[in-house]
Design a protein. Sequence first.
Length: 262
Amino acid sequence: SLLLQVRGSGGARLSTKDPLPTIASREEVEATKNHVLETFYPISPIIDLHECNIYDVKNDTGFQEGYPYPYPHTLYLLDKANLRPHRLQPDQLRAKMILFAFGSALAQARLLYGNDAKVLEQPVVVQSVGTDGRVFHFLVFQLNTTDLDSNEGVKNLAWVDSDQLLYQHFWCLPVIKKRVVVTGPCFSKSQMTSFVPTPSFNAGEEVMQRNLRASASLPPSTGSPASELVKEQEHAAGRVLRWVMLDSETPREELPAAVFWK
């Protein structure tokens, strides 16, 4: 049999004291026995893997014994390539998410239940988030079995929510026409409804109304009537959106401290 090793930069990892609860029930896990896995035949599924010598075969979660947060929760993978040709394609990033979520779950399962291949009495669940800063992908992986030699029996499960846009476009520099700032550095068509939980909408409306009322106290425009709608995400206060009406001619020193201005 072949020995496959998952290694490399797995991004950032969030660990917890308690494991994530299982997503699929015992009945749903048993039902995977009837699922027929797709095959690449006649192409080998490991056609693009490189063969190397491995002298120390072990499963390593990356943490020493006795670590107070031993359970993997969420892996965060960021594609940091600045040039578009160097970035991973969305399907490549999702494949990387599945690979490292599987590797993390398998290492944890073998740490808890040993190296014998078997169906796990308590499946291991790992989440993953992958992004290039604009497009987000979300994954939940449930490891049900460590028996990977056969295509029969219980299968492992993965749920993927892909291609969620944080915003449509981003302008790094302001648009200036006739020495007037028409559009400042900003996001276009934010898609925050995909990321903001429903209970926070009311809180978001309250924050927006409060900031709009506060904008009335800003000095009036001394020149151009152009104004901007500046938006920033509120991370600490319930993940809501803050909206502040700013006049394009307002001096920086008179702006609210919460607004970052270039």
